[in-house]
Ligand binder design. Sequence first.
Ligand code: NAD
Length: 487
Amino acid sequence: MPNIQGHALNDSHYIGGLWVEGKSYFKVFSPTDGKNLAEISCGSAENVNAAVIAAHEAFPFWSSLGAHGRLPYLKRFADEIGKRKDAICEVESCDAGILLSRLKHGILPRSMLNITWFAEAALNLQDSTIETPQASHYLKYDPAGVCAIITPWNAPLMLTTWKLGPALASGNTCIIKPPELAPLSSALLAEAADAAGLPPGVLNMVHGNGAATGSLLTSDPRIRRISFTGSVSTAQEISKSAAENLTPCSLELGGKSPFIVLDDADIDLAARTGALMYRNATQVCLAGTRFLVHKNIYDQFVERMKAYSLNLKVGNPQNESTEVGPLINAKQLEKVKGYVNRAIAQGAEVLWGGVEHDAGALFYTPTMLSNVNQNDEIVQEEVFGPVLVIQSFQSDEEAILLANNTKYGLGGVCFGETKRALTVANQVKTGFIWVNSFGIRDLAAPFGGCKNSGIGREGGNWSFDFFCDVKDVILPKTIFNPSFAQR
Ligand code: NAD
């Protein structure tokens, strides 16, 4: 059994309420110091099949409980997550490289809320009715069945609970396939579900890599929903296999979001917020990574943001004062270096950074590149590392054109006088955009992307719409008279 900073972890799958050892194992490494943290069971076809059977067998009881019946189970689940808060935060910081301070003060409490908020919101899904002169329409949110939940390494705890909350609350049973680069907090989530007494089979977990284990899940016809967050290329693979069975997918994907600064913006506030984009080494889907700054204030903005960016504390994510942690692995570091080197070869200028950081083998200095063209790879592609680009514009129309000119459409940021910034924000083609702010989220609000950033919305009732089959039960108000002339 692996032991991470004094926290013992189960290295097995969790299937039908039992810990099931795999026949083979994969290694998990710390991005901070490269240490081998654990060897975790690798899911086989047999494991996936057992998990699907367990989830199917658990479905009739779990779905029949109703939202009121499920509420106490899910509250206990959240409580058990809370009881393990130190272990979960420390373990996730170790294997995903996420800042411990953010995990403790932001992500962990939010993850508990992901479970309890949806458990309570599901109570309101019951018994809605549309009355017409002809009939009563009783609307039912029928849980879809067994759901596959597949998440990326950059936010495993937050995203797994964000999907599990509404799926379980609305009566589905789930199989999670944790990200193979950062699977350890999921083991503690399964332990919390077990301790909370969730009936066996309601929550199952099968570890393994995407192409082998994940694809067995997403191509299984017994899976009735796939909730996926990750890269565009994986989403395309999943969509193809899901199409065989017409399994509905929710796809939350990458981004290259614009960060627009108008010439009447609070420059200091915009620059301070801009430096926040380096948090988690910019391995954050919703970060603004393309800076579009009005020509009139460009130099002032660059000077301020440079000062804030060079002041950031890069280092071990376990230190409470660290602001920028490591990249996830050597492959990601090479990818980041490749983007920067190719951009420089194409004429980009390094305003700051542009080199590895001496905090460790996988650290890269917060970087800003200018003198780039709209069609350049560095402007168009998601780097997923602490490398931002900056361009200037002369009119709001030009800013909107540049903002919309990539294949992505996840999020955005716009700083400026409120009315003008709102006008610009309304014309940016993304799933969400923050005005004079960044990162404000609410569980009731929709989250998702346009274009290559995804299909569907999660959050609030959008999550329930995805995880349920909405059914209309129609009862006429007068004696029904069958006729071929009816609509
Ligand atoms: P990834 O697509 O490589 O992997 C994501 C998950 O999919 C992993 O659990 C992996 O094992 C699994 N997987 C891979 N191939 C599979 C297959 N063929 N079938 C089934 N499952 C498969 O993504 P990643 O590198 O882990 O994460 C980074 C990406 O995630 C970035 O593009 C980032 O922008 C995106 N992301 C998006 C959001 C959002 O909400 N929009 C949030 C976080 C991350």
